[in-house]
Design a binder for this molecule. Structure first.
Ligand code: PLP
Length: 448
C-alpha cells in the first residue's frame, strides 16, 4: 500500500492493515540497535533478585515466590467463534497471553512499570550507601531504607494502567507516588490508586499533555523521579523480559516455533513501549520465525502515523483531524515514543487499526467462550488473525513472506493486556455494550 493511501485511511478513521515495507531480517537489524540481548538478560536477572522482596511486599506474589508472570492459554472455543465470524476456518492454532491477570497491576504495565521502580530504588539506595553489591535486596524493605524512600517522589503520566503499576509499586516501597492522569483515565482506576495512597493529578487534556505536565513538575523538584513513558529504556527492557518467559511457556506447552511453524503475535499499542519491548525481545528469541503486528484504535493510530511520517519528532494524530477518543483507554495516545520507533521500525511486520464496537464484541465473545475478563484495550489484538488470513493485503503478505503453506501449522498469539482489576459493574456494562456491537472492522478488512 502506498504511503499516501495509508495516510488517507488513517485520516478517514477507517480500519485497515498496513504492512511494513521496511521490515527486515531480525539478525541484521538487532545487531545495530542501541539495546542488546544482554540488556534483556540483565533486566530478567534484576527481577529475579528482587523476587524475594516482592513476595514480602505483595501477599499475592507468595505463591509464585515473587515472580510476576501470566499464563499462556489456548482458547479453542474463542478460536472456533473467531473462525465462524470469518465464514470458515482461520488456519493455525490460537492462544492468548493473559497479561490482564498479571499480579499487582492487572495489566501488561506490570512488567515495565514495576521494573523501572525497582531499578530506581536499587540505584538510590546504593548511591546513599544503604546497599552494596551482593546484598540481599530485601534490605530495601528495612525501616532505614524506607525512611530514605519516604523523602522521594516517583511520578508518572498515565491513561490509567501505567499509573497503577508505578503508583502501587512505588507506594509499597515507601515512596511518595504521584500520577498525572489524562482525560481518558477511568474513574475506578483513579479511585484504586487513591485507595493505595497514591496522589492523582487529573488533567482535562490528552496523554502527551499529561506526560509533559508531569515531566515539567519533576524538573523543578530534585527529590522527584519521573518515569517518562515517551523515552524510557527501563520500561522498554522490563517489557522485553516477557519474551524469555514466553519462550519457556511455549516449550512447556509443546509448541514449536521455527521456519515451518511461524509465530504470529498481535500486540495492542499505545505509546509503543509495551508492544515494542515485547516485539524486541521476541525477535531476539525467535528471529525471523516470529512476526509481530501492532493493533491501534482508529482514532489513535500514533505508532502507524509515526512509522509513515517519521519519529523525529513523532506527529500527533490530531494533525490528521483525529480526536484520540476511544474506549480503549490504554491505547488512547496521540503521539508515539521515538525511542520505541527507533527500536522497532525495521522489526514490526505491520500495524492494523480497529474500531471501538469491534473491541466490545471481542471482549464479550472472549468472556462467553473462555470466561476470561479483559478490558477494551486488551481486545484489539483479536482483529489480527482476520487481517493476516482474510484481507487481500494480508494474503499478499503471507505469499510474499512464503508463509501461506505453513499457515495451518502457525500459532496466532493474541496478547491480552489488561482486565483483571475491572470492577464487576464496569465489566458488566462492557459485556452489555458488546451485545449490540458487531465486528465493524471485518467488512473493511475483507475488502482491503
Ligand atoms: C498501556 C497499555 C497498552 C499499550 O502499551 P504502550 O506501552 O502504551 O504501547 C496495551 N494494553 C493495555 C491494557 C495498556 O494499558
Amino acid at each position: 500500500m502506498k504511503r499516501k493511501t495509508a495516510l488517507t485511511h488513517l485520516q478517514d478513521a477507517k480500519p485497515f492493515l498496513w504492512l511494513n515495507p521496511n521490515c527486515q531480517s531480525a539478525g541484521g537489524v538487532l545487531s545495530g540497535l542501541p539495546l542488546q540481548y544482554e540488556d534483556i538478560l540483565e533486566a530478567e536477572n534484576r527481577l529475579k533478585r528482587f523476587a524475594p522482596l516482592l513476595a514480602d511486599l505483595f501477599p499475592e506474589l507468595e505463591k509464585s515466590q515473587g515472580l510476576i508472570e501470566s499464563e499462556l492459554r489456548p482458547i479453542p472455543a474463542m478460536a472456533a467463534w473467531t473462525s465462524d465470524q470469518a465464514g470458515g476456518r482461520l488456519p493455525g492454532q490460537m492462544l492468548i497471553k493473559t497479561d490482564g491477570d498479571l499480579p499487582v497491576a492487572g495489566s501488561v504495565k506490570a512488567r515495565g512499570g514495576i521494573y523501572e521502580v525497582l531499578l530506581f530504588a536499587e540505584n538510590l539506595a546504593a548511591q546513599k550507601g544503604l546497599l552494596v553489591p551482593g546484598d540481599d535486596l530485601r534490605t530495601l524493605g528495612r525501616p532505614m531504607v524506607r525512611d530514605l524512600f519516604q523523602q522521594h517522589t516517583i511520578s508518572v503520566g498515565s491513561t490509567g494502567n501505567l499509573g497503577l503499576s508505578i503508583g502501587i509499586t512505588a507506594a509499597a516501597l515507601g515512596f511518595k507516588a504521584v500520577v498525572h492522569m489524562s482525560r481518558e483515565a477511568q474513574a475506578w482506576k483513579k479511585e484504586h490508586l487513591r485507595a493505595n495512597g497514591v496522589v492523582v493529578v487529573e488533567h482535562a487534556a490528552n496523554y502527551s499533555v499529561a506526560v509533559a505536565a508531569g515531566r515539567e513538575a519533576a524538573r523543578h523538584d530534585a527529590l522527584t523521579y519521573f518515569v517518562d513513558d515517551e523515552s524510557s529504556r527501563a520500561l522498554f527492557l522490563g517489557y522485553s523480559v516477557a519474551a524469555l518467559r514466553l519462550q519457556t511457556q511455549l516449550v512447556d506447552a509443546g509448541i514449536r516455533v521455527d521456519g515451518d511453524r511461524p509465530l504470529l503475535v498481535y500486540l495492542p499499542c499505545g505509546v509503543g513501549g509495551a508492544p515494542g519491548g515485547i516485539a524486541f525481545g521476541l525477535k531476539h528469541v525467535f528471529g525471523d520465525a516470529v512476526h509481530c503486528f501492532f493493533a491501534e484504535p482508529v482514532q489513535a493510530p500514533c505508532m502507524l502515523l509515526a512509522l509513515l511520517s517519521g519519529f523525529t519528532p513523532p506527529r500527533s494524530v490530531e494533525t490528521l483531524g483525529l480526536n484520540i477518543h476511544t474506549a480503549a483507554d490504554g491505547l488512547a495516545v496521540g503521539k508515539a515514543s521515538s525511542l520505541v520507533g527507533q527500536m522497532v521500525q525495521d522489526l514490526v511486520s505491520g500495524v492494523f487499526t480497529i474500531d471501538d464496537d469491534s473491541l466490545f464484541r471481542f471482549l464479550r465473545a472472549l468472556y462467553q467462550a473462555e470466561h476470561v475478563r479483559i478490558e477494551p484495550s486488551a481486545a484489539a489484538g483479536f482483529a489480527g488473525p482476520y487481517y493476516v488470513c482474510c484481507s487481500l493485503a494480508g494474503r499478499a503478505w503471507l505469499q510474499a513472506s512464503r508463509l501461506s503453506a505453513s499457515l495451518p501449522k502457525a500459532t496466532h498469539l493474541i496478547w491480552t493486556t489488561g482486565g483483571s482489576l475491572l470492577p464487576a459493574a464496569e465489566f458488566a456494562a462492557m459485556i452489555s455494550r458488546g451485545k449490540d456491537a458487531s465486528l465493524t472492522f471485518l467488512q473493511a478488512c475483507c475488502r482491503v
